[in-house]
Write a protein that binds this ligand. Sequence first.
Ligand SMILES: [Zn+2]
Ligand SMILES: [Zn+2]
Length: 105
Amino acid sequence: MMFCPKCGSMLRPKIVRDKRVMACSCGFVDSKESGKVKFTERKTEDSKVEVIDNEASAYPIVDAECPKCKHTKAYSWTQQMRAGDEPETHFNKCVKCSHTWREGR
Ligand SMILES: [Zn+2]
Ligand SMILES: [Zn+2]
C-alpha cells in the first residue's frame, strides 16, 4: 500500500492517458509507477504484413506429377500474373520436394 508523501493519505490507482498510476486526491501523482509502462504493445499489432510467399500448406493437394522428382501429389493454386485481360496462371508445388511449376502453357 502506498501513501501520499505530501498529505499522507492513501494513494489510489488512476488511469491517466492509458497508463495506470497511483494518485492522491490532493493532486499528487506517483510518476515512478507510470514510467514502467511503455507504448510497445500497439506497434507490434500494426506491423502485421500480408505474407505472399507461397506458403503452400494452405493450398489444396491435387494429383499432379512433379517434373523433378515424379511425386504425384502437389499443392495447387492459381495466381493472376498481371492485372487485366490475362487469364489466371495455374501453379503446382510438389508436396515432396517443394518444386514449383506452372501448369499448362
Ligand atoms: Zn495527497
Ligand atoms: Zn517433386
